[in-house]
Design a protein around this ligand. Structure first.
Ligand code: ARG
Length: 261
């Protein structure tokens, strides 16, 4: 009787984990590692800043959409948990992990400074800072940026990079698109922003701004990864396996085709 009861209890526990599955997933894809306290409620609460196309933006339905959102949904399906996305300021993402959110996906570059507060998944994308300038600008080298008025999104690697440019005035914005608007309006000499969003912004203002490759400015390659609560190794392991699976089974390439135009 006792044995039957504990079997029944095990059945109930398994069932409660499985109800967390998103639509379309099945029992065999549920691989919840119960050692991860982050996943124990069957919900992955994900912070993002939906101001970074094509990785994240607010879709026509008012909800965050984009490559990263699709990727984290695929990861969660793989883990057999539900996703709840919280849209917030980029600058708040790291400090929200462990309180308001479980993890963050936001085209976030792995940096040593961030590693002091959070862990990172295996990287899923490589990028670089680009320089957006007015179409008639003479800026083309790193030295040309010295002493100029430069715009960026607050708390981003572009922001950190401007801090090191001699004599530059750093204009920080909550949204990169606001910096781009000020560039078009003649209030900035350049905007420093990641390669893919730079391409999107440049095509939105075709003929008005130029998208200059950061390679010509000596900028370094950056790796995007999912930011994770520090020390939850079971979660990191589970998410890394999910990313590897998604890369191997073709899902990742499908998302690249769908979102990176
Ligand atoms: N890759 C840059 C960084 O990590 C910019 C990311 C901005 N992402 C966003 N969703 N606004 O600092």
């Amino acid at each position: 009787m006792k044995k039957y009861f504990s079997l029944l209890l095990a059945g109930v526990l398994t069932a409660s984990v499985l109800t967390g599955c998103g639509a379309g997933s099945n029992a065999s894809s549920a691989k919840v590692d119960i050692n991860s306290k982050t996943l124990s409620d069957g919900v992955l609460t994900v912070g993002t800043n939906a101001e970074f196309p094509p990785f994240e933006y607010v879709g026509d339905d008012g909800q965050p959409d984009g490559f990263d959102i699709a990727l984290i949904k695929a990861v969660a399906e793989n883990l057999g948990v539900e996703v709840v996305v919280e849209n917030m300021e980029f600058d708040s993402l790291v400090s929200s992990i462990g309180s308001k959110t479980d993890v963050a996906i936001a085209g976030m570059t792995v940096t040593d400074e961030r590693k002091q507060s959070v862990d990172f998944s295996t990287p899923y994308y490589s990028a670089m800072q680009h320089v957006l300038v007015p179409a008639d600008s003479a800026i083309s080298t790193y030295d040309d940026l010295k002493g100029k008025t430069l715009g960026c999104q607050l708390g981003t690697t572009g922001d950190f990079l401007i801090e090191d440019i001699e004599g530059a005035t750093n204009q920080q914005y909550n949204k990169a698109v606001d910096a781009v608007n000020d560039l078009v309006n003649g209030r900035l000499d350049a905007v420093i922003v990641d390669s893919n969003p730079a391409g999107v912004f440049a095509s939105n203002f075709q003929g008005q701004i130029k998208d200059l490759n950061g390679e010509d400015f000596g900028f370094e390659i950056e790796e995007y990864a999912i930011a994770l609560p520090k020390g939850d190794t079971a979660l990191k392991e589970a998410i890394d396996v999910a990313i590897t699976t998604i890369k191997e089974d073709g899902t990742f390439d499908k998302l690249v085709d769908e979102y990176m135009k």
